[in-house]
Each structure stands twice: as C-alpha cells, then as structure tokens.
Write a protein that binds this ligand. Sequence first.
Ligand code: ZN
Length: 175
Amino acid sequence: MLFWPWSRRTAKRPALQEPSETDITMMRRALALARSAVHTGEVPVGAVVFETATGRVIGEAFNRREGDHDPAAHAEFLAIRAASREMKEWRLVGCSLVVTLEPCVMCAGLIVNARVDRVLYGASDPKAGACESLYRVLDDRRLNHRPQVIGGVLAHESAELLRAFFRARRARTAR
Ligand SMILES: [Zn+2]
C-alpha cells in the first residue's frame, strides 16, 4: 500500500466523541422524517444535514426509492444533494449528517465526495452498512477524506421503526 508522506498527519481522525444535544435533536428530526416515509410505502429511513456550528438545517429527506423509481434515492443521498444545492457548494465542510440507518457503500462514497465533517447514524445495517458493519469506507486512510463517525445514536428507535415496517410488510404479503 502506498502512502503519501503527509497522509499520516492529515488522515488523523479526531478523538471519539459523544453526540451533542443538537445531534440528538437532529436525530429525532430524522426519525420523524423516517416515520413519514412509512405512509408512502418506503423503507423508513430519514436523514438531516445541518451546519455543525449553528445547527441550521440545510438539507433533509426520507427514503424515496419506491416513489421516485430511483435506486439512488436513499435518505442521506437526497439530503446531501439538497444541502449542496442550498449551500451552492459541493463541499459540505462544517456540516454534519445524521441518518437513522448506517449508510451503504453508495452513500458512504457520497459522504466522502461531499467532504461531510461528521456522520451520526442510528441503527447498524449488518446487510449493507459501509461505515462499520460490512465495510469501513469512512475510516479508510486510502481515501482523501475521513469524517468523524458516531454510530448507535437513538439506535433503538430507528431499529424498532424498521422492524415494525418489515413485520407489517411480511404480514401483508402473507395474507
Ligand atoms: Zn445508501
């Protein structure tokens, strides 16, 4: 593996931190978005992008894969793009992303490309998670950006929402 001489210094990650009160408030907002997705038949996942310093929300979304007929319409993917449009800037420096479910490979790739500073997620996704579960895209020193990652934020609420959704869907299809 090849490292640039400066990679060790610039790739250093900040120490692990606890979510702030603002982070928790934002996760509750993302959970509310996820809940509103249920009524449209979407897998309930919600995401919010906000300015870390001010707490101003600059992008938010819920999963819209079914409605948009779009495999890329994951909550955090849509929220990041909305935030960039709002900021008129593709780099989301100084911004945090909260998302109720661990981001997948595609979304983790977008997080790196958008230079998001901080990522907070709720439930882990053992089948597709690319932050810790299956891959560690956000912690890969070969990439040029590594955000701070805090997982498990209000994870129980998020996981319960997903479980209830899939339980109801199984019950419907079993009928
Ligand atoms: Zn995704």
